[in-house]
Ligand binder design. Structure first.
Ligand SMILES: Nc1ncnc2c1ncn2[C@@H]1O[C@H](COP(=O)(O)OP(=O)(O)OP(=O)(O)O)[C@@H](O)[C@H]1O
Ligand SMILES: [Mg+2]
Length: 245
């Protein structure tokens, strides 16, 4: 089966001179339908930048990303808008909720954009809020919700239109460990049941448990875990020409 999400040689550089940062440094990635890929790395390793490139929110300096047959790194604004409305669900690290709308209205937005009929909209919003345990808070605005509740609104909104691709940036960062587990299980369940493809970033080692595949990210590069202190010490000894311990 062809991968739903693909990236080849993605590079994103910020700033120049002394401030030059290579946030994403030659990333290749393939994610198939029915697969949850967790991208795990420390703060500043390039997780948000990578997801922004995959979602077409940011443009790379080099490389290409595709979602289905759409080349997101070259697509027109119209094509990207359609892709985000119909194919992709994004959970932003800062939630990106609309402050003047209630939780239910925030969750409804993707369905309005997709022109889903009102009766179906109501049923889907109720179902999505229920799935994240927010039914009692449906009429509250984001400023009346806790950080964890806001995060769950963002999760419900990303899944309500049943996207084929989920791009989630630390979707459980604000949650206590029990809620984090529930939310990750919800995401994994939806991905496996609906044959979605998901890229989920985290720096929480526990969340790897629900992943079909875990990829480490360090300094914008995938698959290169930072050396453990023991391995690093051995490398240094070898460089000094000493026998490995
Ligand atoms: N708009 C920007 N301008 C300049 N530098 C940026 C910008 N966005 C990100 N960076 C830099 O790129 C690198 C990767 O940042 P990114 O936000 O992708 O990391 P992250 O893995 O998401 O971190 P965190 O876990 O803290 O969210 C960092 O060094 C960051 O300072
Ligand atoms: Mg980030």
């Amino acid at each position: 089966m062809r991968p739903v999400v693909r990236a080849e040689g993605l590079v994103r550089v910020f700033g120049d001179g002394a401030l030059r940062t290579v946030a994403v440094d030659g990333v290749d990635l393939e994610v198939r339908a029915g697969e949850v890929v967790v991208v795990r790395g420390p703060s500043g390793s390039g997780k948000t930048t990578l997801l922004s490139l995959l979602a077409g929110i940011d443009a790379p300096g080099a490389g290409t990303a595709w979602i289905d047959d759409v080349e997101v790194t070259r697509a027109s604004e119209g094509d990207l808008a359609r892709l985000r409305a119909e194919v992709v669900g994004v959970i932003a690290q800062d939630f990106a909720l609309v402050e003047m709308l209630t939780a239910a209205e925030n969750v409804e937005l993707p369905l309005r954009i997709a022109r889903t009929p009102i009766a179906e909209r109501e049923a889907r919003v109720a179902e999505a809020l229920e799935a994240v345990g927010l039914t009692p808070h449906a009429r509250q605005r984001p400023d009346q919700l806790s950080g964890g509740q806001q995060q769950r609104v963002a999760i419900a909104r990303a899944l309500v239109h049943r996207p084929r691709v989920l791009l989630a940036d630390e979707p459980t960062a604000q949650l206590d460990s029990a809620s984090a587990r529930t939310v990750m299980e919800l995401i994994a369940d939806r991905v496996h049941r609906d044959d979605m493809a998901a890229v989920v970033t985290t720096h929480d080692p526990e969340l790897a448990a629900i992943a079909d595949r875990v990829i480490e990210i360090h300094d914008g590069r995938l698959g290169a875990p930072a050396p453990t202190s023991r391995a690093e010490a051995r490398r240094r000894r070898m460089l000094r020409g000493e026998a490995p311990a």
